[in-house]
Design a protein around this ligand. Structure first.
Ligand SMILES: [Zn+2]
Length: 368
């Protein structure tokens, strides 16, 4: 059920993790969603970061931020069973993932905020972005008595948040809509679809577009591509009329021949504008202020234990912590070691009204 990704024509962001180098392109970074084939949903309206009055103080003897580091975006599909099988990922392993991430100082952040440069993560912690494709029942299931199944992904994340209040309820669900009447509704329980989507937004989760029919977009005409993306927006709007559907995950990671269509377009009277487009795999993404940041081709990491899957990449980041993004705790400021300053896109920082702060050792070098 897995599809190999089309890698050859990618724009690959610069990542300096040595072990990753050449071999990766040949990796069966299998992924993409193949279990279901349907529409899509979308999410969160997060206003751009505004000017701020002052940079928040920071004790560099305690926190050594690295806001030029990389961030893992993990891609999950079906959370069920006891073994990894295709896109099925065991419930127990998902629970273990959350605990491992927490214990290794990761905290989840919103994808939509991340793309807009706003890293809302405590000082000294590293952001992680969790994503779920296809709107599967195992991601968000209600039991017969109308309660959230404690073993579905949402139930597990909610419980983890309750036990660890500094772990926020943040994740993106690239759901399929029921624009195609032969397909199941988002999360497979029609009677609960509306309530589930409303619940996700209320709790701070994001909802993203995954198209209507889950096609390989590289095979489609421009008109069909437009119809798939706009149709995904329309399908989400039937449940959440005011929701800003502005993130897109390409089915199987295949981009349309005309890549501009992932940014904006219109079909059937429905306009769309995406702030990012997600590939299917395979490595951590650069800081949103890195010159190599490519919001319309954001890599993800397949959940799993094989080479270049999530356990492998997270272990790589532990072996070379200099690659990890470490937050300064201030969403309006980017704090980096002076040695990394050449890596950042200064004009982007400026145009988005972020402060930049550089340091050597425990001494601030510059703030502006
Ligand atoms: Zn999919």
């Amino acid at each position: 059920m897995l599809d190999k990704l089309q890698l050859k024509d990618r724009v690959l962001p610069r990542v300096r993790i040595a072990a990753a180098a050449a071999a990766v392109l040949t990796v069966a970074a299998a992924s993409g969603c193949s279990l279901l084939h349907r529409g899509e949903v979308k999410a969160a309206v997060i206003p751009p970061v505004q000017h701020v009055a002052a940079i928040q103080p920071l004790d560099l003897t305690k926190v050594q931020p690295n806001e030029a580091g990389t961030i893992p975006v993990i891609m999950y599909h079906d959370i069920k069973g006891t073994k990894i099988h295709g896109l099925q990922y065991p419930i127990a392993m998902f629970k273990q993932d959350l605990q491992w991430l927490y214990d290794h100082n990761y905290r989840p952040i919103s994808l939509t905020e991340f793309v807009q440069g706003k890293i809302d993560c405590p000082a000294g912690k590293s952001p992680v972005i969790l994503t779920f494709d296809d709107g599967l029942k195992s991601q968000f299931n209600f039991t017969n008595d109308g309660k959230i199944d404690p073993d579905c992904a949402v139930g597990i994340m909610d419980a983890f948040h309750a036990a660890h209040p500094d772990w926020s309820t943040r994740a993106t669900f690239f759901v399929l809509t029921d624009e195609d009447p032969t397909k199941p509704p988002p999360f497979y329980q029609k009677a609960f679809a509306q309530g589930k989507l409303e619940y996700l937004v209320k709790e701070g989760y994001d909802i993203g577009n995954h198209t209507v029919h889950h096609p390989r977009m590289n095979k489609l005409s421009d008109d069909r591509v437009l119809a798939e993306i706009a149709g995904g927006v329309d399908g989400i709007h039937k449940y959440l009329p005011d929701y800003d559907v502005n993130t897109l995950a390409l089915p199987y990671g295949y981009f349309p021949k005309n890549r501009k269509l992932v940014v904006q377009g219109e079909s059937g009277g429905v306009k769309y504008h995406n702030i990012c487009a997600m590939a299917a795999a395979w490595r951590p993404v650069p800081s949103p202020m890195d010159k190599a940041f490519t919001p319309y081709h954001l890599e993800r990491i397949q959940a799993g234990v094989a080479e270049h899957e999530s356990a492998w990449w997270l272990n790589e980041l532990e072996k070379d912590k200099s690659q990890k993004f470490v937050s300064d705790g201030d969403p309006n400021t980017y704090t980096i070691n002076a040695m990394a300053s050449g890596q950042l896109d200064k004009s982007r920082l400026q145009s988005m009204h972020f402060h930049l702060r550089t340091y050597n050792g425990t001494q601030l070098v510059a703030s502006k």
